[in-house]
Design a protein around this ligand. Structure first.
Ligand SMILES: [Fe+2]
Length: 257
């Protein structure tokens, strides 16, 4: 039963804590080497499952100076890996969803099959896996410049041109409170539009559009280099964009996939 902690409880609790060594005491360090007792067992390997972390398509340092090496390493190897691991764990209870691609898994009609109590785990981690896989693919070393072909024409039709479209994408990312993504999507009625989502949500989750391009605005994507200056990160990010990959996503979206 919950009850409010009294001052007596707190003092009693403090008194029960074993005193540490007096100041100035040197605590012996456990021996190391072949005869040392085994350290704590490492954590059990993550449960297997249908999803795995895709390798980064370039070196961790390849997007310097726009995105720093350590950020790429932590972002890919730890953050993305965690989404994959947790997604596999969450899917253990749902064999009927295990064969779906990440893109199909997070579509509205499939997420709705999951009971509400477990839906958040699949939504967050499935979104995290899909979003980051896309993110690595739409960047490249020596990227940047402007879109070409049909996407360039659509940018003119929808926004007046690429520079204006970029500003709208950046603005949506800048105004996203907390963690999330800013997106360029193709809407079901065939228009380019910009929107932002919270957490690891994705426009596929509510059917608002197909993500042509998305920029991660979680602090883990930029904080080591840019600290609180999310706007500087967003401006720099466009120097990494892989327009060939983005253009292919746009063509897929137009094909209704
Ligand atoms: Fe991220």
């Amino acid at each position: 039963m919950d009850r409010e902690l009294s001052r007596r409880d707190l003092l009693g609790g403090l008194a029960a804590v074993a005193p540490g060594p007096p100041r100035g005491t040197i605590t012996p360090i456990a021996p190391r080497g072949p005869h040392a007792p085994p350290a704590a067992r490492p954590a059990a390997p993550p449960a297997g499952g249908p999803h795995s972390l895709p390798p980064l398509p370039y070196d961790y340092a390849a997007l310097e100076p726009h995105i720093d090496t350590l950020t790429m390493q932590i972002h890919h190897d730890r953050h993305h890996q965690t989404y994959v691991t947790n997604l596999n764990t969450a899917l253990q209870e749902f064999p009927n969803l295990q064969s779906l691609s990440p893109e199909d898994l997070i579509r509205k009609e499939n997420l709705e099959q999951v009971p509400e109590a477990q839906r958040a785990a699949i939504r967050n981690n499935g979104g995290g896996h899909y979003n980051h896989t896309m993110f690595w693919e739409i960047m490249k070393p020596g990227g940047g410049g402007e879109p070409t072909g049909a996407l360039a024409e659509a940018a003119v039709a929808g926004f007046g041109g690429f520079p204006a479209m970029r500003e709208v994408v950046n603005s949506a990312g800048l105004s996203r409170f907390g963690s999330g993504w800013t997106w360029l999507v193709l809407t079901p009625d065939g228009q380019l539009a910009v929107l932002s989502t919270q957490n690891q949500d994705n426009p596929l989750m509510d059917g608002s559009g197909f993500p042509v391009l998305g920029i991660d605005v979680w602090e883990h994507a930029y904080y080591l280099k840019y600290q609180n200056k999310r706007g500087d990160y967003l401006n720099a990010w466009w120097n990494t964009v892989n327009w060939d990959a983005v253009g292919q996503r746009y063509e897929r979206a137009r094909g209704g996939q």
